[in-house]
Design a protein around this ligand. Sequence first.
Ligand code: AKB
Length: 317
Amino acid sequence: MKRILVTGAVGQIGSELTLALRGIYGNGNVVAGINRTQPEGALKETGPFETVDCTDIRQVAAVVAKHKVDTIIHLAAILSAVAEAKPNLAWEVNINGLYNVLEVAREHGCAVFTPSSIGAFGPTTPLDDTPQDTIQRPNTMYGVTKVSGELLCDYYHKRFGVDTRGVRYPGIISNVTLPGGGTTDYAVEIFYEAIKHAKYTCYIKAGTFLDMMYMPDAIKAAIDLMEADAGRLKHRNAFNVTAMSFDPEIIAGEIKKRIPRFTWDYQVDPVRQAIAETWPNNMDDSAAREEWGWKPAYRLPEMTKDMIEKLSVKLKK
Ligand code: AKB
């Protein structure tokens, strides 16, 4: 990777991954692709940014040509809860947007990293130790777009030789930019509310287990996979990756160890609960470990400690 375009650069993952990539490959070599939201702070000040609406193929192509981009990190996407509310938009961005990126990559000889998700699984998938290769019949629009995206990326590699790679991200927990419209967002919100009000009302039921990961590991996964020796990759797109699995009781209990007056209760959102129930309890990520050395650094206790320390400073300002 030398000259990189990150679409969705102001989003939860993009805002941190773009800066990490600039640190490795040079500030001038990583273009932050933005759409409606303007970049701020370090994202704006440390390197180039361009408006890139992935649903406009000419715009994507123009930015790739202008900056001689050789790698596209395609993060622009509609998350699961919003996708259920706006299925047309989800199809437009998650499918047509990805298609445009792959077409531009084919024409300009770019590699592409794009994340799939635990959302690519569904109610008939084995939910414990979910295998790398298994049944994928999701019943949400988000899931439909994520499975299709995995297949499209495989197709562009096999048919046109585009160097496509990707992981199935679990819920990502972070303290810089809030996630926007996902089912796993509760695992971020709970920290903000615990620190601000020592109280959280959770929209996911106790007992609902989901895979999760702390942002530093999510960033490492993207960079390590893009740098991996292609000869070792049997799967390329959509590697299962996970770092921890918990239900709301377990994460709330872990927070309470550090904020003893913290309390929580439940007001379940039927839409997000129904989505969560079709997603794995815990994935088997041995293919990623074997093929490119995936190994997360943060488990629940270390992540919780770091989140509370960082957010306490941030929310005091
Ligand atoms: C969501 O909840 O929609 C995302 C995801 C797991 O893909 N965080």
